[in-house]
Design a protein around this ligand. Structure first.
Ligand code: FES
Length: 567
């Protein structure tokens, strides 16, 4: 094998022989024989954390990857990077995705490994690892921790986190009491693994497989299924083979594989967050996703997968229904078949293999789609000149063509303080507007799922048009416009919206407009005062360098330049 192994990237002491001798000495202090140290090395980027429930199975996954590496003649070397547990990070895990991507890229490059297996699962971890892997461009295999199984409550299945929100909505509306919500709290997330619905983690696992960075057929294997460990062992074995033959990430993540990932994102009605993450991963390869292309792909691609938050099932159903392979077969005619995955196999070759049984209730045939068009679209208009995202599959069709009065919240604190105020001047056909929750202002938290004001919720209002520069959880639903760019904080037109203004949303025209004369909008924007930037540390770096949502919210100094080179 051709790997440089322990001699890769020697520490710089000004004497290479001394550096080699010292490294061998310290490596042997870990109890590794000279025979082991002569093997090619597979790094295993592991991400266990007492603050990350989704990675609870990390130890056994690392053990299984190591087993595969050893069996194939390599030396496995697990190493930690930061881990991002979605609900344990303030203000939002999104702020730290780029930090994890940098950690992954730099540790893969700096340490002596010939290839790497990246183990992640929770929302931001898989995009962070893919971003790092593409930039480091060492042979790499993505392994996900896999989705949770569902829990049970009074005869119904529960899965994080669509049912978390459903029950919380019932609690806010007074339909569920404190005792029951406490009971539900213990029944929503009952096994190891990532959220059980088609949220961001599930969508990113699928995207990793469709891009070609994970082994075929592995995205949806439940976290607690024995096949998850078999996939880990195979990933370790494959990582050794990659050292000699490749392919490397820059051969896998191409314009064609990114477009395939976008297609599948539409067909599974995946998370809105995945658009941002895919843009960031693609950006690392110098590929830019245009809003026009996204909309064309969405309009051409039906939703075939009937999972929550849009439909009925859970990820365990998706896996047993046939998983990613079944979806790929249904939309084969829309895909680029020349892309390759980590095994070197083309997508066309993969799809020529015989398929297992497909449960057409969960993964519908093309002739009977959940929806004839894709789940997500990009919006433009004078309120979103840099674009916005709308999950039409999770929205109320009666609210697709509306004009309404703006009820404005200036920032997250203002929203928290006033949304449930009984005196709030709000009606069901108003449009709720949240400003200053974008990437620069607030790290773009999942605050775009503005709660229905309590007084309307109690009247039975279930959905309203809500618009913001924030994100929303992939497990959420509603008529919600997200990722408005440029964000209010950097002077986007959203900053000019005032209470009582009229706003028009047209899904047919794919537009979001503020019905105020352009000169008036300009005058208002000229008077907007920006709060001071964070004074120090990572948050200062973040605010200075984060890009807007359409560019993936990556740091401007980490994207490959020029971005249009490969498009
Ligand atoms: Fe980790 Fe949902 S909290 S995937």
């Amino acid at each position: 094998m051709t790997g440089k192994g322990i001699e890769r990237g020697l520490t710089n002491y000004g004497d290479r022989d001394f550096a080699r001798y010292l490294r061998m000495s310290f490596a042997r202090s870990m109890g590794l024989s000279r025979e082991m140290l002569s093997r090619p090395i597979v790094g295993i980027a592991m991400t266990p954390s007492g603050f990350n429930n989704c990675h609870r199975t990390m130890d056994e996954l690392v053990e299984a990857v190591s087993r595969g590496v050893l069996a194939a003649g390599g030396l496995p070397r697990p190493f930690p990077t930061i881990s991002l547990g979605e609900v344990f990070l303030e203000p939002t895990s999104m702020v730290y995705r780029n930090l994890m991507a940098m950690d992954t890229e730099e540790m893969v490059r700096a340490q002596p490994m010939d290839s790497v297996v990246l183990i992640g699962g929770c929302d931001k971890t898989v995009p962070a690892q893919l971003m790092g892997a593409v930039s480091a461009n060492l042979p790499a295999v993505q392994l996900v921790t896999g989705p949770m199984m569902t829990g049970r409550h009074k005869g119904e299945r529960l899965g994080a986190c669509t049912d978390c929100r459903r029950f919380w909505g019932k609690y806010r509306a007074g339909e569920v009491d404190r005792a029951e919500i406490d009971q539900v709290e213990g029944r929503l997330a009952t096994t190891a693994g990532t959220c059980a619905v088609m949220g961001t983690a599930s969508t990113m696992a699928i995207i990793a497989e469709v891009l070609g960075m994970s082994l075929p057929g592995t995205a949806a294997i439940p976290a607690v299924h024995s096949d998850r460990l078999v996939a880990a062992e195979e990933s370790g074995r494959l990582a050794v083979q990659l050292i000699d033959k490749g392919p490397r990430p820059d051969e896998i993540v191409t314009l064609h594989s990114v477009e395939n990932a976008l297609r599948v994102l539409m067909a599974v009605s995946g998370s809105t967050n995945a658009v941002v993450h895919l843009a960031a991963v693609a950006g690392r390869a110098g590929i830019r996703i245009s809003q026009e292309r996204l909309n064309t792909i969405s309009d051409e691609t039906p939703v075939l997968v009937d999972l929550k938050p849009v439909g009925a099932g859970y990820m365990e159903d998706f896996h047993s229904a046939g998983g990613v392979g079944a979806v790929l077969r249904e939309i084969r005619h829309l895909l680029h078949l020349d892309t390759i995955n980590v095994t070197g196999q083309t997508l066309g070759q993969r799809l020529e293999q015989p398929t297992d049984w497909i449960d057409s209730k969960v993964i519908r045939p093309l002739s009977n789609p959940v929806s004839p068009v894709g789940g997500l679209i990009a919006l433009s208009g004078n309120l979103a000149p840099g674009g916005a995202i709308f999950k039409r599959a999770a929205a109320t069709p009666e609210l697709f063509e509306v004009e309404g009065r703006a009820v404005v919240f200036e920032n997250l604190a203002d929203l928290a303080a006033r949304i449930d105020d009984p005196e709030l001047d709000v009606e069901a056909n108003d449009i709720l507007v949240l400003k200053n929750a974008g990437p620069v202002a607030a790290g773009m938290p999942e605050a775009g799922y503005l709660p229905i004001p309590k007084k309307l919720a109690k009247q039975g209002v279930k959905d309203m048009v809500r618009i913001s520069d924030a994100r929303m959880s992939g497990t959420a639903f509603g008529t919600i416009v997200l990722h408005i760019a440029p964000e209010a904080h950097v002077g986007g037109p959203l900053a000019a919206v005032r209470n009582g203004d009229r706003i028009r949303l047209s899904i047919q025209e794919k537009r979001l407009d503020l019905l105020v004369p352009e000169a008036e909008i300009r005058d208002r924007l000229a008077g907007v005062k920006l709060p001071p930037a964070p004074p120090r540390g990572y948050r200062a770096l973040y605010a200075k360098h984060v890009t807007q949502a359409a560019e993936g919210c990556d740091f401007d100094f980490l994207t490959a330049a020029p971005p249009s080179d490969k498009a």
